[in-house]
Design a binder for this molecule. Structure first.
Ligand code: 5RP
Length: 245
């Protein structure tokens, strides 16, 4: 990651948290979902700062991954399960990063292999917010950044066959500093799926339709197309400016 992109991530994340507080969308006593990755982390840290300086209190957080849980624990942000009495299966707002953002604000997520909890949290939040650096805006999804999906290990080969029938090139994600594949926080595998662009350089299908279709393949737990809860997007234009979409 270039230094500039790192600064853009921090800028977008911190700007978003402060702006959402100003607009009353982040407020004391709320139930908030916290995302995973290098853009979500500065948002989590900003939230902790606003708790520490007394701007916010009684925040109830749900974390999308072990990464986020560990960060919340270190920062003293109370973390609950989605199923707890305090959260009761729904959230006021979720804030997270993205791998690709299309002009109609459909997303690809899952670069950090946390897409399952990220989607459970995003789709059960009244307001969904994305924070991103400028590299994440694309014209078409799934033809540059491969679509991640979480799968049951025993179904790997049958799923790959079905995805190839849908025109995809699936690749099993390999671990870093671990022999063999990435194992998700839920004990599953990740396939990364790339499609070839059509003759106009666009995605050769509707991501909204494909999101449901992929989940219909037996053994697929969830895929990284996020098209059902359209987010507010805070995207850095450069190191000094954030655009709200
Ligand atoms: C994790 C995700 C992340 O939000 C996505 O990969 C973006 O990551 P980063 O902010 O580090 O670029 O979906 O599963």
């Amino acid at each position: 990651m270039g230094n500039n992109l790192g600064e853009e991530k921090k800028l977008a994340a911190e700007f978003a948290v402060d702006d959402l507080i100003k607009k009353g969308l982040i407020f004391s006593g709320m139930k908030i979902g916290l995302g995973t990755g290098s853009t979500a982390m500065p948002a989590v840290r900003r939230l902790a700062e606003r708790i520490k300086d007394g701007t916010l209190s009684q925040i109830k957080a749900v974390a999308t991954s072990f990464q986020t849980t560990i960060e919340c624990e270190a920062l003293g942000i109370p973390v609950f399960s989605m199923n707890s009495k305090e959260i009761n299966g729904n959230l006021d707002l979720a804030i997270d990063g993205a791998d690709e953002i299309s002009p109609d604000k459909h997303l690809i997520k899952g670069g950090g292999a946390a897409l399952l909890l990220e989607k459970i949290i995003a789709y059960n939040s009244k307001t969904f917010v994305i924070v991103a650096d400028s590299s994440k805006a694309v014209d078409s999804l799934g033809i540059k950044f491969p679509l991640p999906m979480e799968i049951i290990p025993e179904a790997r080969v049958s799923i790959i066959r079905r995805l190839e029938e849908l025109g995809a090139k699936p690749v099993l994600r390999e671990g870093v500093r671990k022999a063999g594949p990435v194992i998700t926080d839920n004990g599953n595998l990740i396939l990364d799926c790339l499609w070839q662009a059509d003759k106009n350089g666009k995605t050769p299908f509707s991501p909204a339709e494909m999101e449901g279709r992929i989940n219909g393949i037996t053994g697929v737990v969830e895929n990284g197309f996020f098209t059902c809860n359209i987010p507010i997007v805070y995207i850095a234009e450069n190191q000094n400016k954030v655009q709200i979409r």
